[in-house]
Design a protein around this ligand. Structure first.
Ligand SMILES: [Zn+2]
Length: 384
């Protein structure tokens, strides 16, 4: 056995704990860049709390998924206002943008010096300026991961800025912030959380520490995602989903993912589909492809009983087998009204290219079995 576990220095969890952000930010400085989503009004309660705590704020709004230029603009804005810390307040895109800005404020040079694939891929050498991550959705787990996904529209590609030095100083996970999420967003982010609990549990780099988080998170998501979708104000369901999102982030950052996320990068880079909806549409079909490949090529694999365990936690039936788990997810995806990928104009003519690009994705390396291009294409076609 061989593993490492790294995460945010401090995780603050609980309904209403946003109120503590003024005092905890003050420990890091008195001028903060607050990175928010498109609707900056949502951040007003946070700004009030910060101002009451004696912290001055500059707001930077990120509409949609962050581009490299978004991070460059945010970094400039923070430099001009001499910000000492960065707070990300929003969904995964906002947290990733804030995380990248905090890294660029501490490390000199240009963003392209450090970005993989399209940049020079140099290592970040200095810890980010203090970064406080406050998710307002329950799913991505970005508050505890060490990478920021950035889009390059020029290259039709998503690339990561990645370093353990980018981990948040504090992650504040307050389920109250998710009570007003509309059902469609609850569904897509919640299914991303579920995917990020299943893929690390069956992946090639699973370890006992991430296993424990996956078991706990999976059971909470299984019992609460439908409830949170139907009744957003249900406090215990929202609390479960906030934990599921957090635990998925902890698991993926310290174990790995698999073919669903291998596809999610190239698809998200080329088509205007939300990350969670892509993962949800693919999840049952990739699980099916993995099961068939394992049964055929590695029938004694220790991963196969893990798929049975996942099925038992999802269905609550102690005798359920892996296939029942796949069916349960298929039903959930349909009940939560997740569209097929064809709804985003992804068609047969795109399959070969997406498969080729997915095979090179870093998430693919942790998939429990090496899937052939034909097997990957089959799973993708089923999701169209
Ligand atoms: Zn994901």
């Amino acid at each position: 056995m061989n593993f490492e576990f790294a995460t945010a220095t401090r995780i603050v969890f609980g309904a209403g704990r946003l109120r503590e952000v003024g005092a905890l930010s003050k420990e890091f400085g008195s001028r903060v860049l607050v990175v928010t989503g498109r609707d900056t009004k949502r951040a007003e309660p946070l700004l009030k709390i910060l101002h009451a705590g004696g912290v001055s704020t500059t707001t930077f709004s990120v509409a949609g998924e962050p581009e490299l230029s978004t991070v460059e603009q945010g970094t400039e804005s923070a430099k001009t206002r001499r910000c000492e810390l960065v707070i990300g307040f929003g969904g995964g895109s906002v947290l990733d943008a804030a995380k990248a800005i905090a890294a660029m404020l501490a490390n000199g040079g240009e963003l392209l010096d450090y970005v993989e694939i399209i940049g020079r891929g140099r290592m970040l050498t200095k810890p980010s300026v203090p970064f406080v991550a406050i998710p307002t959705t329950a799913g991505t787990g970005s508050e505890v991961t060490r990478n920021a996904v950035l889009a390059s529209s020029e290259h039709k590609l998503k690339v990561s800025l990645r370093s353990p030095l980018m981990l948040a100083r504090v992650a504040v996970v307050d389920p109250e912030l998710t009570y007003d999420l509309p059902p469609a967003l609850t569904a897509s982010t919640g299914l991303d959380a579920l995917t990020q609990l299943i893929e690390p549990f069956v992946c090639a780099r699973a370890n006992p520490m991430t296993d424990g988080l996956c078991v706990e998170g999976l059971q909470r998501a299984a019992r609460s995602l439908r409830i949170a979708f139907a009744d957003g104000q249900n406090k215990s369901a929202r609390e479960d989903m906030a934990l599921a999102g957090l635990f998925g982030g902890l698991a993926l950052a310290n174990a790995g993912l698999g073919a669903v996320h291998g596809f999610a990068g190239p698809i998200g880079g080329s088509f205007a589909a939300p990350h969670g909806a892509i993962c949800a549409a693919l999840l049952p079909h990739v699980m099916g492809a993995n099961l068939r490949a394992l049964r055929r090529r590695a029938p004694d694999s220790a991963v196969l009983p893990r798929f049975d365990q996942v099925a038992r936690w999802l269905t609550g039936d102690a005798s359920a087998t892996a296939d029942a788990g796949v069916q349960w997810i298929q039903q959930l995806v349909s009940d939560l009204q997740i569209p097929k990928l064809s709804a985003y104009d992804i068609r047969e003519e795109h399959v070969a290219d997406l498969v080729a690009r997915a095979m090179n994705a870093s998430s693919m390396k942790a998939n429990p079995v090496a899937l052939t291009p034909e097997e990957l294409a089959g799973a993708l076609r089923q999701a169209l």
